[in-house]
Design a protein around this ligand. Structure first.
Ligand code: NAI
Ligand code: A1CAB
Length: 273
């Protein structure tokens, strides 16, 4: 892949996950810089991965070919306004990983016809298992689209969406999704402990079942999920009774409602930030 000089503005969970995944996949650390006001996270990243660390957002952005906006949506306007005063973005590629901040808003903050790609990643990027959705408005060149896609492919899988609304759908299906699975696993772990297993054993039971199920899905690309589920569900057996509880409590409806709630919040944020 192309190796451009890239600067992350914001050194939190998501920037850290992408930086880690990039360096692990061979992106040259000396081409990566990370900026945040406090030293805690950025210095840890600098120490662990050999990237540059700074508190000077504008300085880092000026030197970079690619600026990754990775602060919280609530902070984005303030951060962008400060950058806009000092930095000429006309020859840069801007990548935003923020939920709920639109291309139109970025153009308002950083300049018309901004060369911007919106990316919706997720935290498994940390271990090269990320899932990112990407959206680019019409003004973005093929070379910049290719670079953005290759960048995120270095930390996982990607899918392009044709409309910006698609980014909110990616949030619901992948960006926020690791948390859904963690919540489910937390609940299982708690119940396993109530059954008398030690915390350590409960964790092992649930983690291994989850990673085993996920590995089985990955190893069976042509097998529908329903078939994998049926393979576990013996007639008149235990799994049937467990699944019946989920069905009776309308798990599919709950999942649908939860994903729609994520989308609704992203839409609301687009109006707020
Ligand atoms: N955490 C996740 O799973 C995902 C997060 N995102 C997006 O990534 C963005 C960051 O989220 P997280 O990493 O979770 O948040 P976080 O709170 O972990 O990180 C935010 C970072 O911004 C830094 N920051 C605060 N003020 C700043 C300033 N003025 N200049 C530079 N840096 C500043 C903070 O020091 C912190 O390092 C958000 O916009 C979120 O929507 C997108 C997909 C997944
Ligand atoms: O919760 C959030 O708003 C961010 C976006 C997707 C995952 N975390």
């Amino acid at each position: 892949m192309q190796h451009r000089k890239i600067s992350f503005i914001g050194a939190g969970n998501m920037a850290g996950a992408i930086i880690s995944g990039l360096v692990e996949s061979g992106y040259p650390a000396h081409l990566i810089s990370v900026c945040a006001p406090s030293t805690t996270h950025r210095d840890a990243l600098a120490e662990k991965y050999g990237v540059q660390s700074s508190s000077d957002n504008s300085g880092c952005a000026k030197e970079a070919d690619v600026v990754v906006l990775s602060v919280k949506p609530q902070m984005m306007a303030d951060v962008c306004k400060a950058l806009q005063k000092d930095v000429d973005f006309s020859d840069k590629l801007v990548l935003s990983i923020a939920a709920g901040v639109s291309v139109a808003r970025f153009c308002e903050l950083l300049g018309e016809n901004l060369n911007i790609v919106r990316i919706m990643p997720n935290t498994p990027s940390l271990v090269g298992k990320g899932m990112s959705g990407l959206y680019a408005p019409v003004q973005v060149s093929q070379a910049d689209r290719d670079y953005s896609g290759e960048l995120m492919t270095a930390v996982g899988k990607i899918c392009w969406v044709d409309t910006e609304e698609g980014i909110n759908h990616v949030i619901a299906a992948a960006g926020s999704a690791p948390a859904y699975f963690f919540l489910f696993m937390e609940a299982m772990q708690a119940e396993a402990q109530r059954l008398g297993f030690s915390a350590e054993t409960a964790q092992m039971l649930v983690e291994q079942a989850a990673s085993g199920a996920s590995a089985l899905v990955a190893a069976s690309p042509d097998t529908p999920l329903s078939e994998l589920r049926e393979n576990v569900t013996s007639k008149g057996g235990t799994t049937f009774e467990a699944l019946k509880v989920f069905t009776d409590r309308k798990l599919p409806e709950i999942v649908s409602e939860a994903m729609q709630a994520a989308i609704a919040r992203a839409q609301e944020m687009e109006k707020l930030f």
